[in-house]
Design a protein around this ligand. Structure first.
Ligand code: ME8
Length: 669
């Protein structure tokens, strides 16, 4: 019977344009899926977009679109990008699709019917950016994951009996395969050991979500909705026999790949939901680290993203795929830079694999009329030939073992050690010198050397296929071997290159990149950033993980008489904010601590207006906030923006406001 293999990426939030951090997760999964297909498994590879929840609703609002319009645009961007990158996903699920919504409701019903859901009231802090309830946090506390200020939520909710799963979850973690790598497993164990509280799984203060069955005033908590994609996409909750069969075949997932910041959702909530629904849990959750750029996590909110398209335009998808998997040690954070990308590309691809392919195949063309020569079995065979064969056998074994442990970087290192060994072998055996001689021994030696090099090239190419599908397919056909997708990887062994094979047309696969490639990519990114800054509210720079801070509310007075240009003014991001929380700051007579909703998020701002305004009079009031002010700390608290006020002669501030109603988050310009 054919073995099945089911692998998933997380589904991507549609509040951000795709960048190479997203591409990293997708590439890792695509590589695993491709390897599994070559190993003969019936593989299903799922990705998609996560489109509900408060964060998306607010982002859409700030962009002046409906959440659906907004989600449609960005979901399409992801889909197109994956296509361009040759991602081989078998399905792309959107959480706003009917098939998903109906099946999530079926899951909710099942959990409720089986007694795992009850109604209660939630009072506590919530991080809209992570869409996470933050246990134990106080008003004004930042989210421990992303650093943004949490919002106070008080609402009637449905609760899931998470607390009853503590022991079963701990028993699950005893299996070391469930969470990889080990460090993440230990974190999860200590989190669960410290005690689990029941989890609120519905929201009632906004509407952008899947309605709770029979109680549509509530929408299902976005993480329950999103996590369920892994089963709804393959047919859970469907009455259609075909879908039921697919679900039976593919569930449980073999690998669910995620980033480290969403481990708790996947390793605690997700298995608990599945256990409650009477379903099996996934076999392995693999958590990778972050891609850093300019020393912090690449993300939209930090404004330090690198677009995948730039790299595809200049170096191609394979270069990016190879770089990310080779450079980043799986599970750890890794830095991206254009310099490192081009350096790696030149050393490992242009001068490494590319050079091995072109010199070996060119010499076979020149000396053997393009047919793979017959190696000698006689006297002209040397220990060096056997050493290459032995190194290749070892590489096949080690590459597979490392790869299956997600140690992509070490696996590629092993394969490229073989490339280096063959290069050395070629240099030492000087086939070009042998080719100049006509005697039989030299001919026979030349045949052996070029056969050995070509066979090693075939093996590296086969191993590297899942990582670089496009380039390896080209080398494969240049070797005269046809379609690389037909390769039976499990049978890969030394000595299978058919003698006498007619080579295909030999062409360079990885042209060398010069310095101008770096400059071109940097320029493309700068131009894109410029374009984004002028793109109205959707792309407004949002919080950094260290929230921006600002002084108390004092009106900005420009140097008298000095004129500024419209461009100078455009640098100041003024937005309409809604005060949600206002309170005095202990031992600071002038300061108020405010939580201000600016459409895309809620900011903590410290304002020096306590002598002019009683906190309770500010709640629900619309104010003007300078949203892109540099961070500052006041009294040990982060202030993240500045409230605009007129300053009267006696120094008393009067808050700026509007006579007409204005939407929260609207930009002043
Ligand atoms: O978390 N480096 O979506 P998301 C590495 N919708 N990986 C990165 C990255 C970076 N700089 N930035 C993002 C969500 N990612 C939820 C998931 S699943 C049921 C719901 C990775 O768009 C991140 O770690 O914020 C995660 O694995 C994926 O992109 C999606 O992130």
């Amino acid at each position: 019977m054919t073995r099945k293999f089911y692998i998933t990426t997380p589904i991507y939030y549609v509040n951000a344009h795709p960048h190479i951090g997203h591409a990293y997760t997708t590439i890792a999964c695509d590589t695993i899926a491709r390897r599994q297909r070559l190993l003969g498994a019936e593989t299903f590879f799922l990705t998609g977009t996560d489109e509900h929840g408060q964060k998306i609703e607010r982002a859409a609002q700030a962009a002046g679109k409906t959440p659906q319009q907004y989600a449609d645009t960005i979901s399409a961007e992801f889909r197109q990008l994956w296509k361009r990158m040759g991602i081989s996903n078998d399905d792309f699920i959107r959480t706003t699709e009917d098939r998903h919504k109906r099946r999530v409701q079926a899951l909710f019903r099942k959990l409720r019917d089986d007694g795992y859901i009850y109604k209660g009231t939630y009072t506590g802090q919530y991080c809209v950016s992570c869409e996470a309830y933050i246990d134990g946090a106080q008003p004004g506390d930042p989210c421990p994951t992303c650093g943004r200020i949490t919002e106070t939520v008080r609402e009637d909710n449905y609760f899931f009996k998470l607390s009853t799963f503590q022991e079963r979850l701990l028993a699950l973690y005893a299996n070391p395969e469930f969470i990889r790598p080990e460090a993440r497993r230990n974190e999860v164990i200590s989190f669960v050991r410290s005690g689990l509280r029941d989890l609120s799984i519905s929201r009632s203060t906004f509407t952008w979500g899947i309605p709770v069955p029979d109680d549509p005033k509530h929408v299902i908590y976005v993480w329950l909705d999103a996590l369920a994609n892994y089963i709804t996409a393959i047919g859970y909750g469907s009455s259609h026999p075909g879908a039921q069969e697919a679900f039976k075949k593919f569930w449980p997932a073999d690998v669910q790949m995620i980033g480290k910041e969403i481990v708790r959702f996947h390793c605690v909530y997700w298995p608990a939901f599945l256990m409650a629904a009477g379903l099996e849990v996934p076999k392995t959750i693999g958590a990778h680290g972050w891609l850093l750029f300019e020393e912090s996590k690449m993300s939209k909110s930090r404004g330090n993203i690198v677009r995948t398209e730039t790299i595809l335009d200049v170096l191609g998808a394979d270069a990016l795929r190879y770089f990310l998997l080779r450079e980043v040690v799986f599970g750890q954070d890794g830095s991206f830079s254009f310099d490192a990308l081009v350096q790696r590309y030149n050393s490992d691809l242009a001068n490494g694999l590319g050079n091995l392919a072109s010199r070996t195949l060119t010499m076979i063309n020149r000396y053997f009329r393009g047919e793979v020569p017959y190696p000698s079995r006689g006297a002209s065979k040397t220990g060096a030939d056997d050493a290459v064969a032995e190194a290749a056998r070892k590489t096949i074994r080690e590459f597979g073992a490392l790869f299956d442990q997600f140690q992509f970087s070490r696996a590629l290192e092993t394969a490229w050690a073989l490339v280096a060994a063959v290069d050395k072998y070629i240099v030492e055996n000087e086939p070009w010198a042998l080719g100049e001689r006509q005697d039989e021994d030299s001919r026979s030696r030349l045949a052996t050397v070029l056969y050995t090099a070509a066979e090693a090239l075939r093996i590296v190419t086969a191993l590297a296929y899942p990582v670089m599908p496009e380039a390896t397919a080209k080398i494969w056909s240049q070797l005269g071997l046809g379609d690389i997708k037909k390769l039976a990887l499990s049978e890969l062994a030394w000595g299978q290159l058919p003698l006498g094979t007619k080579l295909g047309e030999v062409q360079p696969v990885f042209p060398r990149a010069d310095k101008s490639a770096i400059e071109r990519m940097q320029k493309m990114e700068e131009e894109q950033k410029g374009a984004m800054l002028t793109e109205a509210p959707a792309a407004a720079p949002v919080l950094t993980s260290v929230p921006q801070t600002a002084p108390a509310a004092v009106p900005a007075v420009s140097a008298a008489g000095e004129k500024i240009s419209i461009d100078d003014f455009a640098k100041i991001e003024l937005r309409v904010g809604l005060v949600k929380v206002a309170e005095r700051v202990p031992k600071a007579d002038k300061l108020l601590r405010l939580e201000v909703d600016i459409g895309t998020e809620t900011r903590q701002v410290l304002a020096g207006i306590a002598e002019a305004y009683a906190p309770e009079t500010l709640i629900g009031r619309k104010v003007v906030i300078v949203a892109n002010l540099a961070p500052r700390k006041l009294r040990g608290m982060e202030s993240n923006g500045m409230i605009v006020a007129a300053s009267l002669e006696d120094g008393k501030p009067v808050l700026a406001g509007f006579l007409e109603d204005v939407p929260v988050g609207a930009r002043l310009k």
